[in-house]
Write a protein that binds this ligand. Sequence first.
Ligand SMILES: [Fe+2]
Length: 207
Amino acid sequence: MTKKASLATHENTISAQPRLHQNAREIQVYGTVSHALPLELEEPVRLEMTEQLNLLLADSMTLRDLYKKSHWQVAGPTFYQLHLLFDKHFDEQVEIVDKIAERIQLLGGVSIAMAADVAETTRIARPPRGREEVPVQISRLLDAHQVIIGHCRQLARRASEIGDDGSNDLVISDVLRTNELQVWFLSEHLVEVPLARAEDAGMRKAG
Ligand SMILES: [Fe+2]
């Protein structure tokens, strides 16, 4: 049997062996959009929107992870309520992340996905690995929300300007509204009010 014939016989053999360690070229390069889609949105519009949405995605993934970090590392008398609140906000950011990523794909783009790429792209400051006090954790989360909210307002206006109403709706209804609400829940924790005993009026004046 020639070498070629033996190879053909081998390939026709039924085998339960999975074909491991496969590799091939990418089918779409990051930063591009499919040329023609039946969405009635021109390629340049989809290119601009997917680029902007990827920035929003990277920031939202960073905020999502910052919530899990805070959920795990929180300490102090408000541990239990903050532990739960941070995880609730994490779950809501998970949903936001999925919606943004899937919108990028439906517009013909490629969603950023892996942590290393997200870290290179996000505009949110990198926190230390160690634990921080509650007021610092909350301030850090609020700063991250501010980056996202500012971008949402500018991105939503631009989306409706160039005719991408779907992206405008996603950014306003899902991303902006949820972020605004989370900001409210967080920032109320930074209001200095007595825990058990009211300050008397005289003391407050003097202070
Ligand atoms: Fe947990």
